[in-house]
Design a protein around this ligand. Structure first.
Ligand SMILES: [Fe+2]
Ligand SMILES: [Fe+2]
Length: 192
């Protein structure tokens, strides 16, 4: 956790997309740690939040970050490697979502997902985000942050007491459904 993960949305409107995505990397890391130590309902709840956060985060990067970086010099190879990592993570996430936190083998797959996702995030921060910053004006990077916020509204990734019900989870559906809705929100926010 970066320490400001639970700031109110209204107070962080000046952050750009890179700062926001790096903050989400911190939240993802913190959720994996929370899951490791949790049992029962707390574990199931932490896993649901991880599913939502990863679905929104990776979709945002696919829609916003990768297309821009792909257009930079030698950007295609960097983006292709990141997309392959994301594809693998999405498949693992879907498998974990299907079997559920109480299943045999969940822990082993979860550790694999954590290692893959955290390595992937480090690659993005080192190889991809600096290119994005170079390629875009500050105003554009702030506009992109608003699109990520729009995607977050599809599937709140921060704890909201009272809505962590089975019904709320059912309405959100599996990771792929969350990704589809997040994609629609991002395209709408970017005027596509
Ligand atoms: Fe990513
Ligand atoms: Fe990322």
């Amino acid at each position: 956790m970066t320490g400001n993960g639970d700031r109110h949305d209204g107070l962080d409107g000046d952050r750009d997309v890179i700062e926001l995505l790096i903050e989400q990397h911190g939240q993802i890391r913190a959720l994996f740690a929370e899951l490791e130590g949790a049992v029962g309902d707390r574990r199931r709840d932490a896993f649901r939040r991880l599913v939502r956060l990863l679905a929104v985060h990776e979709t945002a990067e696919e829609e916003i970050v990768h297309p821009t970086v792909r257009g930079t010099e030698d950007g295609a190879a960097i983006v292709d490697a990141r997309v392959a990592e994301e594809h693998r993570a999405k498949e693992l996430l879907s498998t974990l979502d299907k079997i559920g936190p109480d299943a045999d083998g969940f822990d082993t797959l979860l550790i694999q997902l954590r290692d893959d996702v955290l390595a992937h995030a480090a690659h993005e921060e080192r190889e991809e985000f600096p290119r994005l910053r170079e390629a875009c004006a500050p105003d554009r990077l702030r506009l992109m942050a608003l699109a990520v916020k729009a995607a977050e509204s599809v599937a709140p990734t921060r704890p909201h007491p009272g809505i962590e019900s089975a019904t709320a989870n059912l309405l959100l559906g599996p990771p792929m459904a969350i990704m589809d809705r997040a994609r629609d929100m991002i395209r709408g926010a970017l005027g596509r």
